[in-house]
Design a binder for this molecule. Structure first.
Ligand SMILES: Cc1cc2nc3c(=O)[nH]c(=O)nc-3n(C[C@H](O)[C@H](O)[C@H](O)COP(=O)(O)OP(=O)(O)OC[C@H]3O[C@@H](n4cnc5c(N)ncnc54)[C@H](O)[C@@H]3O)c2cc1C
Length: 399
C-alpha cells in the first residue's frame, strides 16, 4: 500500500506529490485527463509581484511564500530534469486605454506601493520608450498611461508541468494516467479506498488504497469533496487563449490591460489572453473570443505582419467563492486532505501549496497560518478576488 494517494495530475497534485516523494514517502497520483487538458497546461504563466508584507492578506502571503519557493524549484527542476521552465523576472506593464482606466491604475499603484512592490507611473512617451512596439498605440491615443512593475515574472506552464511530472517520476512517484476517480469510499471517518475506472474506454475498475489521501482535482474537486463531508465550491471558470507565431518577438515584458494580456515567449511566440467565462465544464474555444483576442493584440501592437495564429485553447480555472484556495485537512475524515480552488493563481501558488500540504500530511507545522484556507470555512462572497467579482469585471469590460 502506498503512503499517499493524490487525486489530480494538474500542477497542484503533481507539486504535492513531488514534495512528498522528496520527503521519502511512496506516492501515487491518479489523473483522469492528459496533461494538455488541465488548467495548469492552459495557463498564461504570469506571476505578478509578490512582496511579503505584514499588511498582506492570507492569499497574498501564500503567493509570496510560493513565489520564493518557485525561484528555488526552478533551479532544482532544471538540475534534476534538464527542463527549463523559463521562470524569468521580465517585468510587467499595466496599461490604461482611457481616463477611467487611468484612475484605476492610480488606485492600483497605491495598492502595489502599500504591499511593498516596486511600481512606477509611466506616461505615454515613457511607455513608447520602454516598449517601442507600443509607440503607434500611444501616438494614436489607444494607450494613455501605464504602470511598470519590474518584479513581475513569467513562467512557461507546459514546461513547468512537464518538469514537475518528470521530477516526480525520478523521485519514484507512480503517476497513473487515464484514471478516473468514480467514488471515494469512507467508513468510520476514514477513506478506505478510491474506486477508479481506467484504461481504454475506462472499462477496467480498480480500488486504490493508501494511508493518506489528497484531493487536488482542480475544478472537479467540489463534487468529489462531498464524499469527505465537505461543501466546497470549485466553480469552473473558462479562460481562452490565442498563441501567435511572430517573425520576431516585439515585446520584452508582459503587457496587461484590464483582464486581457500579452505574454511574449522567449521563442518569439506571443500568447494573447484571456477571458473569464461561466461556461460550466465546456473547454471549447469560440471563434468570436479568439477573434476578439487577436483584435486586442492589434489594438496594442498594430497589424503584426507575418503573424500566424498557431494554436488556441481554453482551460477551466477552479474558482472559489472568496478567491482563496482550500488547503487543509478534511475535518470529518481523518486521513483526507484537500488542495483545490486556486482560481487565477494556481500556477503561482503551487509550490507553496505543495509545501504546506506536505507539512500537514507528514505531521509538521506549516510555515503559514492556514485558517483562511480551511476547507470547512464559511467563505465571504464579497472579496475582490472572488469568482463573482471577476465575472462582474468581465461583464463590465465587454458591455
Ligand atoms: C486561461 C488561463 C490562464 C491562467 N493564467 C494563470 C497565470 O497566469 N498564473 C497563474 O498562477 N495561474 C493561472 N491560471 C490558473 C491556473 O492554471 C490554475 O489555478 C491551476 O492550474 C489549477 O491547478 P489544479 O492542479 O488545481 O487544476 P488542473 O490543472 O485543472 O488539474 C486538475 C487535475 O485533476 C484531474 N481530475 C479531475 N477530476 C478527476 C477525477 N474524477 N479522477 C481523476 N482525476 C481527476 C484532472 O485530470 C487534472 O489532472 C490560469 C488558468 C487559465 C485557464
Amino acid at each position: 500500500m502506498t503512503d499517499c494517494c493524490i487525486i489530480g495530475g494538474g500542477i497542484i497534485g503533481l507539486s504535492i506529490a513531488r514534495e512528498l516523494a522528496g520527503r521519502g514517502l511512496s506516492v501515487r497520483v491518479l489523473s483522469r485527463d492528459a496533461s494538455r487538458d488541465t488548467a495548469s497546461w492552459a495557463a498564461a504563466g504570469i506571476f505578478p509581484p509578490a512582496p511579503d508584507s505584514a499588511a498582506a492578506s492570507a492569499n497574498d502571503r501564500l503567493t509570496a511564500y510560493s513565489d520564493r519557493l518557485h525561484r528555488i524549484w526552478s533551479e532544482e527542476l532544471r538540475a534534476e530534469t534538464g527542463i527549463d521552465n523559463e521562470l524569468e523576472p521580465c517585468g510587467g506593464l499595466h496599461l490604461a486605454a482611457d481616463e477611467r482606466g487611468s484612475a484605476r491604475l492610480r488606485e492600483a499603484q497605491f495598492d502595489w506601493h502599500a504591499k511593498g512592490a516596486r511600481c512606477d507611473w509611466l506616461t505615454g512617451p515613457d511607455l513608447a520608450r520602454q516598449e517601442p512596439a507600443l509607440r503607434a498605440a500611444v501616438e494614436q491615443g489607444r494607450i494613455l498611461a501605464g504602470l511598470l512593475l519590474p518584479e513581475e515574472m513569467r513562467i512557461r506552464p507546459p514546461q513547468h508541468l512537464e518538469a514537475v511530472g518528470q521530477s516526480c517520476r525520478m523521485r519514484g512517484v507512480k503517476i497513473v494516467p487515464a484514471a478516473d476517480v468514480r467514488a471515494i469510499d469512507v467508513r468510520d471517518g476514514r477513506i478506505e479506498g478510491i474506486r477508479i475506472a481506467s484504461g481504454e474506454g475506462r472499462a477496467a475498475t480498480d480500488t486504490v488504497r493508501a494511508d493518506r489521501y489528497c484531493l487536488a482535482a482542480g475544478a472537479w474537486s467540489g463534487d468529489l469533496a462531498r464524499a469527505l463531508g465537505l461543501h466546497i465550491e470549485t466553480r469552473p471558470i473558462r479562460g481562452q487563449i490565442a498563441l501567435l507565431r511572430l517573425p520576431r518577438q516585439v515585446l520584452t515584458r508582459v503587457v496587461n490591460v484590464g483582464l486581457e494580456y500579452l505574454v511574449p515567449r522567449s521563442d518569439g511566440r506571443l500568447l494573447v489572453g484571456s477571458t473569464i467565462e461561466d461556461a460550466g465544464f465546456d473547454k471549447a474555444t469560440t471563434p468570436q473570443v479568439i477573434d476578439r483576442l487577436i483584435a486586442f493584440s492589434h489594438r496594442l501592437l498594430g497589424p503584426l505582419p507575418g503573424a500566424v495564429l498557431e494554436q488556441s485553447w481554453a482551460g477551466l480555472r477552479p474558482g472559489s467563492v472568496d478567491g482563496c484556495p482550500f488547503i487543509g485537512a478534511a475535518p470529518a475524515c481523518s486521513n483526507a486532505f484537500v488542495a483545490a480552488g486556486h482560481f487565477r493563481a494556481g500556477l503561482h501558488q503551487s509550490a507553496g501549496t505543495a509545501m504546506l500540504l506536505a507539512d500537514l500530511m507528514t505531521g509538521r507545522t506549516p510555515a503559514l497560518d492556514l485558517a483562511a484556507f480551511a476547507p470547512d470555512r464559511r467563505p465571504e462572497a464579497n472579496s475582490p478576488d472572488s469568482v463573482q467579482a471577476y465575472l462582474a469585471r468581465a461583464a463590465e469590460a465587454s458591455a
